[in-house]
Design a protein. Structure first.
Length: 418
């Protein structure tokens, strides 16, 4: 036996196998257990567990918008690249069902087992570009469930026709969840256009949750007027191949070709643009950039209720957007021009700590073979701090320009924004 290698693990979010993934999977499951004691007893009585917490992280070199489209509940195959209709706003994210699929061996297309991490809520996104590095994107999710399954993990979607019953394509494996016979491991109702969603829990009585058999499930009430799609996950001993050059059981390609998704994108195909403070900004490419990073993050609040061993929801108030640009100015004049550019203050005037005004920022990613714009990351109101000026002997001065978004907004565009 040679162990489990990265080449034998596939990562799927909903219907799509994720491309150019460098690392992905759930972290160690965290359960807060409290010991219970009593007077007169030399031993502890036992422990009581809180609701589990999981995190799921994906890091990849994918510079397409496939994963971002899945996050906002859109089909990447049909999502437009036309300016004006190609915007992705992470505030429209819906929870993701992740499948980690373990192949029988590196060269096999047969899935032996895996991990299902259902209903994972987006909590952070980071894009990083750097000289000599690959363009990297990292996504962080949080949830309360991690399921190690003996069969092949599956994700299926159904048109919501009411309570059902709905029939899954394969016979599901049993999950004995503290006495409950659960076959359908997760159920989420979702609207395909307005992105409203609701988590549905298992209930053997069918009063407040779904019921199931090895091949069917039934919803507790008809909510087809509110949600048009039902998303479920399960494990099955029925195996469907994930061929190297073919499609997965959901009809999505297992591995996209490099003509669609480049193997990776290096610094010569990445650019940073700063706009002027105006109703119609004038955009200028920033030269001498060594690195750039932009992050979108939220602090999730989990909902609980009596009688439920899972979180009912995970929500947030206002996102936070921050980042930085690393530069090596070619001269002192160039440095002053850059500081003028990021603060909106004329280069002929003194720039101080309170001089900065919000300026628009764009990060461009181009296909290395065709030069076509793959993705644009846009912060409409980046407010920069003045950098430190710390000279060192025999070293070219390098400055880090830190910024935050006044409104907490960051958008991604499939192709160009303007």
């Amino acid at each position: 036996m040679s162990g489990i290698h990265g080449a034998s693990i596939l990562t799927q979010a909903g219907k799509s196998v994720l491309d150019r993934v460098q690392s992905a999977g759930p972290s160690d499951l965290s359960i807060n257990r409290t010991k219970i004691y009593e007077l007169g007893n030399e031993n502890s009585i036992g422990s009581v567990a809180d609701i589990p917490e999981t995190s799921y992280n994906v890091e990849s070199y994918d510079v397409s918008t496939e994963f971002e489209c899945r996050i906002i509940n859109r089909d990447p195959a049909t999502f437009p690249s036309t300016v004006g209709s190609n915007e992705i706003d992470f505030r429209n994210a819906v929870p993701q069902d992740f499948l980690n699929l373990f192949k029988a061996k590196k060269t096999s297309s047969v899935i032996t087992s895996g991990v299902i991490s259902p209903y994972q809520t987006l909590s952070g996104v980071t894009y990083r570009f750097g000289v000599g590095d690959y363009a990297t994107q990292t996504f962080a999710f949080n949830g309360d469930t991690e399921l190690l399954v003996p069969g092949q993990p599956y994700s299926e979607e159904f048109t919501n026709i009411g309570v059902g019953p709905y029939t899954i394509a394969r016979t599901a494996d049993l999950y004995n969840d503290t006495g409950d016979s659960v076959y359908i491991l997760s159920v989420m109702l979702c609207h395909s256009t307005d992105n409203t969603y609701e988590r549905v829990f298992y209930d053997a009585s069918g009063d407040s949750g779904y019921t199931n058999t090895t091949t069917t499930f039934t919803l507790p009430e008809d909510k087809s007027a509110t949600y048009d799609t039902v998303k479920v996950t399960y494990s099955s001993q029925t195996k469907v191949a994930y061929p190297q050059t073919g499609s997965n059981p959901n009809g999505s390609l297992v591995h996209q070709t490099t003509s669609v998704v480049p193997a990776a994108v290096r610094s010569e195909h990445l650019d940073v643009y700063i706009g002027t403070v105006a109703a119609t900004p004038v955009w200028t490419r920033m030269n001498s950039v060594q690195s750039v990073e932009a992050s979108w993050s939220v602090t999730l609040e989990n909902g609980e209720e009596l009688g439920n061993k899972r979180y009912t929801y995970s929500e947030y108030d206002v996102p936070d957007v921050s980042g930085n640009i690393g530069i090596k100015a070619i001269s002192n004049v160039d440095l002053m021009n850059k500081l003028s550019q990021i603060t909106g203050v004329s280069a002929s005037q003194v720039i101080g700590p309170n001089s900065s005004v919000p300026v628009p920022l764009e990060m461009h990613v181009r296909h290395p073979d065709t030069g076509v714009r793959m993705k644009t990351i846009y912060v409409p109101d980046a407010r920069f701090d003045l950098p430190g000026i710390n000279g060192q002997v025999q070293t070219r001065l390098e400055n880090t320009l830190n910024f935050t978004s006044d409104s907490g907004q960051m958008f991604v565009y499939n192709g160009s924004r303007r």
